[in-house]
Design a protein around this ligand. Structure first.
Ligand code: SAH
Length: 569
């Protein structure tokens, strides 16, 4: 329920007048990013751009990202109003006056909006406009315990709080350090009890039960462990399922997909140590907090600590390496999965230009920019980082699998044979390749059979390139040329064109897309006969049409270029 309480908020601004306050708020919220209306503040280096406020706020809300919006409360309310039906899942939503003079919590009382409001107000030197009665009276939201604790039953909790608000005293049974400063009348014999326990209790109306997440389920070396097995082990010991903090498994099970599914089904982290006895020894040896170990028939051992355990500090997580395509350059052409991987990354590895394109990144994300040619070295570095349990993203332009980093990552993996590398959770996230982006600008030149060729002879012999060009030209395929020319390879393009001209008429349509999707985008249509190497550089995509590729009047460039789907031999 309070999953979003400590997630970093999105600080949303509409214009430059809100930036000063936004930056002060960001400084007080680790991991927070400023999101700005692209048309007004998109050029600011530390601002992530969005196109439309209501769409953006709705997306953030749906993803349960805490929102701090520096604009009128009414605007925020209207934007998220269509999504307000389900109170249980709302994230904290806060309106802040653009000059930082007022902080108004709007939604997400159970997700920590008041705590966030206090944090933001403190940073701005003002008092937050708290309106929740329990919060005002007790100085804390009893229904939203801090990280590491879970409220057992929200509905009972609401009754409990109304009884408490009616003036009855309460007693605390268990350890609730966050309530030390709360303004709750206490009495040792009070009827109302706040019970903090990992044990499953049958909550009574006069009890507020809160479970500390203080239990680790240690999974044995072998054997299928599903969610039901874990629940059975918890139930045998009388432990509440909500008290489970993490599964701890032997490192040899890192690639066990079923185990991963079990952790996901239980909603807890999956952590690893080097072997089960070692894992238990590790827990038993840690004296603060002290663990009590109980082994169940299934081989699952429960380690119950005296206080919540921070799963991130137990053993290590399975590292992840995502090779991500950024598309041609504009934010709108990045796949949502790629954006999500970037947002989730602890480390971003890539050629400096692409890393810049993928940013800006949060202060807690490590950026490793490198030279464009050091691909294998970059891939190895990424694996090593992932082996430490980090979530690494390697960025490529366009699609990572097209003349880019994905193949380099597999080459590195193939050559190493390192079992740790093989255990890394490796994912390839596709992107829109330069040929597709250029084709879309021009019309549909790839509408019939086509091929993609790289003219770079850095990693393949030039005679092979010539032979492929001959075959492609003879087959009358549309040809998309990547890496057409560079300072180190000045003559190859003219040579390639000469080969294609042997098979194809000089009137054959050619499309040149330069920096497609980037600020300096240029699109040119020409013919095979008129094309000169001087019109092309390494940021250009060259699409040479087939005998069927043709033009039709219209479009932003006066003529659309397309290749019909039919073909006459
Ligand atoms: N993985 C990339 C290709 C990398 S090879 C992709 O799928 O797009 C680099 C070549 O791609 C460049 O030499 C150029 O020919 C082409 N290219 C990459 N981005 C481009 C862009 N925005 N506009 C035009 N061509 C581009």
């Amino acid at each position: 329920m309070n999953a979003s309480a400590s997630a970093p908020p999105a600080i949303v601004v509409l214009g430059p007048s809100a930036l000063a306050a936004a930056r002060r708020i960001r400084a007080a919220c680790p991991g927070a990013a400023i999101h700005g209306l692209r048309a007004r503040v998109g050029h600011e280096a530390d601002v992530t751009g969005y196109a439309r406020l209501n769409e953006h706020l709705q997306t953030l809300y749906a993803q349960r990202v805490p929102i701090v919006a520096l604009c009128a409360a009414g605007i925020v309310i209207r934007c998220v109003a269509p999504l307000l039906a389900d109170k249980g899942v709302e994230p904290p939503v806060l309106a802040v006056a653009e000059d930082g003079s007022a902080v108004v919590p709007l939604l997400g009382g159970l997700a920590g909006v008041n705590a966030l409001a206090r944090q933001v107000a403190l940073a701005l030197g003002v008092a937050p406009a708290i309106t929740t009665s329990g919060e005002l009276r007790f100085g804390t939201c009893l229904l939203n315990p801090p990280d590491g604790y879970v409220l057992a039953d929200l509905d009972r909790g609401k009754h409990f709080v109304s009884d408490l608000l009616a003036g009855e005293p309460a007693r605390i049974d268990g350890d609730a350090p966050w309530l030390d400063g709360a303004r709750i009348a206490r009495h040792p014999d009070a009827r109302l009890t706040i019970r903090v326990t990992p044990l499953a209790t049958r909550a009574r109306r006069d009890e507020l039960v809160i479970h500390p997440r203080c239990v680790l389920a240690c999974v044995p070396d072998a054997g299928a462990i599903d969610a039901a097995t874990i629940r059975a082990a918890l139930s045998a010991e009388g432990v509440a399922p909500d008290a489970l903090a993490a599964l701890l498994a032997p490192a040899a099970r890192m690639t066990d997909a079923a185990l991963e599914a079990t952790a996901r089904a239980l909603g807890v982290a999956l952590r690893f140590a080097d072997g089960m006895p070692a894992a238990l020894r590790m827990l038993a040896a840690s004296t603060d907090p002290r663990y009590e170990i109980r082994t169940h028939d299934s081989g699952v051992a429960l380690a119950i600590a005296a206080a919540p355990v921070d799963a991130a500090r137990i053993g290590r997580g399975r590292g992840r390496l995502s090779v991500v395509g950024l598309g041609p350059g504009s934010a709108g052409l990045i796949a949502p999965d790629a954006r999500a991987a970037l947002d989730d990354a602890t480390d971003i590895v890539g050629y400096a230009t692409y890393v810049k394109m993928a940013g800006p990144f949060r202060a807690d994300q490590r950026v490793h920019g490198t030279d464009n040619r050091a691909e294998l070295q970059r891939a190895r570095h990424a694996f090593e980082l992932a082996c430490e349990g980090r979530r690494v993203v390697v960025v490529s332009s366009g699609d990572p699998g097209v003349f880019a980093m994905a193949a380099a990552v597999f080459e590195a993996l193939d050559a190493s044979g390192d079992a740790r590398w093989q255990a890394v959770d490796l994912r390839i996230v596709p992107g829109i390749s330069a040929a597709m982006a250029t084709a879309a600008k021009a019309g549909a030149p790839l509408g019939h059979d086509f091929c993609m060729l790289s003219l770079s002879d850095n990693l393949k012999p030039w005679p092979v390139i010539e032979q492929r060009l001959r075959h492609a030209a003879e087959a009358d395929l549309v040809i998309a040329l990547y890496n057409p020319i560079s300072r180190a390879r000045p003559w190859q393009l003219e040579r390639a064109l000469a080969i294609v001209r042997q098979w194809r008429a000089s009137g054959t349509r050619v499309v040149l897309g330069r920096d497609v999707g980037r600020p300096d985008e240029a699109l040119n249509a020409t013919t095979l006969g008129a094309l000169r190497a001087a019109q092309v550089d390494m940021r250009t995509m060259v699409i040479i049409g087939s005998s069927a590729t043709r033009g039709v009047a219209g479009g932003p460039h006066g003529e659309w270029i397309y290749t019909p789907r039919w073909y006459e031999a």
